[in-house]
Design a protein around this ligand. Structure first.
Ligand code: ATP
Length: 348
């Protein structure tokens, strides 16, 4: 294991930023940490880096303890490097000097610097100062500087959040190749689930100072452990219901489940992509039918807004997402079927 965290707690006064948090990271893997604002992501990264002292719990690096309540190995002795959102480049040094400074204690310094410069694509602005660089260029320099120390673990705290979409894709792609070519492991904090899926072997989802689910992107997407995890990948339709005879009634029809006892209150999460639509010539009997309110073209998919009526005659506004250019006109009648791979039932 490159990193092993055991039962970590961390408070700022009354605020429990990290709460009974444990997780391990294998060598040469990339984990993304996803979670709402204030759930403790940066605090966790700072504890791993050694920038915060451990109040309770233990942190092991390559099976050796680096921090517990009694001692804290200083950041520079952890073979960890980090890139924070504000990049924190040395303003009085050129790009070349920023990178050289990071590599200054390394034996193969000249060769290492040349390699880092090439890998991180900063050749064209080596003699510039940070304040004269664009956000994307500063991002590349911050990455270059962080890998010039040849860390075993790279910590990236929302490094891509300020970049525009195209530049972001390019830099994320480059970062991924960079990490893979370095024989390093990485922890990447992000708010963006797609970014996390693209970058990482594992996704850890945090809520209120805890990791509520950790797994491969495929498992996090198809086997989410709660409503929050299920909603990470885009907006969802959520209905409250109750289990009766192993079924729950929703505006999209009766759903069967063996996982709950009778009378259990549940939340039903239906991703828009679960709802497959067919345009009908005339209105169809409920359930499994609705009326189109609007259709929006989003490029490679379309969102259709529908009104459906539940078994108590209440109206519900539903979103369906379809691949391609499917744009039924307002007031069209539609019938639908559900892809149950995108439907989840959680206790309430
Ligand atoms: P964001 O996504 O907004 O960056 P986060 O998940 O990184 O949030 P943290 O920055 O780790 O969250 O903060 C966790 C909690 O601890 C928050 O309630 C925050 O207000 C609090 N907190 C963080 N740092 C401090 C500090 N130095 N002093 C007091 N409270 C703090």
């Amino acid at each position: 294991m490159i990193l092993d965290i055991k039962d970590l707690h961390h408070s700022f006064g009354e605020v429990n930023a990290i709460n009974k948090l444990s997780f391990s990271l294998e060598q040469n893997s990339i984990v993304s940490i996803l979670g709402p604002s204030g759930c403790g992501k940066t605090t966790l990264i700072r504890l791993i880096a050694g920038l915060e002292e451990v109040q309770r719990g233990e942190i092991f690096f390559e099976d050796k303890i680096v921090a517990n309540v009694k001692f804290n190995t200083p950041p520079e002795e952890r073979s960890i490097s980090y890139v924070f959102q504000d990049f924190a480049l040395f303003p009085h040094m050129t790009v070349r000097e920023n990178i050289s400074f990071a590599a200054s204690t390394k034996k193969n310094k000249k060769q290492l610097i040349d390699q880092v410069i090439q890998l991180s694509k900063v050749e064209t602005f080596l003699d510039k100062y940070p304040h004269t660089l664009s956000g994307g260029e500063q991002q590349r320099v911050a990455l270059a500087r962080s890998i010039a120390v040849q860390p075993k673990l790279l910590l990236l705290d929302e490094p891509f959040s300020d970049l525009d979409t195209n530049l972001k894709r390019e830099i994320i792609d480059d970062t991924l190749h960079l990490i893979n070519s370095l024989d390093s492991s990485a922890i990447v904090v992000t708010h963006n689930a797609e970014e996390a899926m693209f970058l990482s072997d594992l996704i850890a989802v945090m809520e209120k100072g805890r990791i509520v689910q950790i797994g491969k992107p495929h498992d996090i997407y198809f086997k989410p452990s709660n409503v929050y995890v299920a909603s990470l990948f885009g907006e969802v339709n959520i209905f409250e219901s109750i289990i009766i005879n192993k079924k729950c009634d929703t505006p999209l029809g009766l759903l069967e489940t063996n996982n709950f006892r009778d009378n259990q209150k549940v939340n039903v999460v239906v991703r828009p992509e679960a709802i497959k639509l067919n345009v009908e010539k005339s209105p169809v009997a409920t359930p499994n039918s609705g009326v189109v309110v609007d259709s929006k073209f989003l490029g490679n998919n379309a969102i259709v807004h529908l009104t459906v009526i539940d078994s108590d005659n209440n109206k519900h506004h539903i979103h369906s997402k379809l691949i391609g250019e499917f744009l039924p006109s307002p007031a069209s009648s539609v019938s639908f079927s559900l892809d149950l791979n995108h439907v989840f039932i959680f206790p309430r």
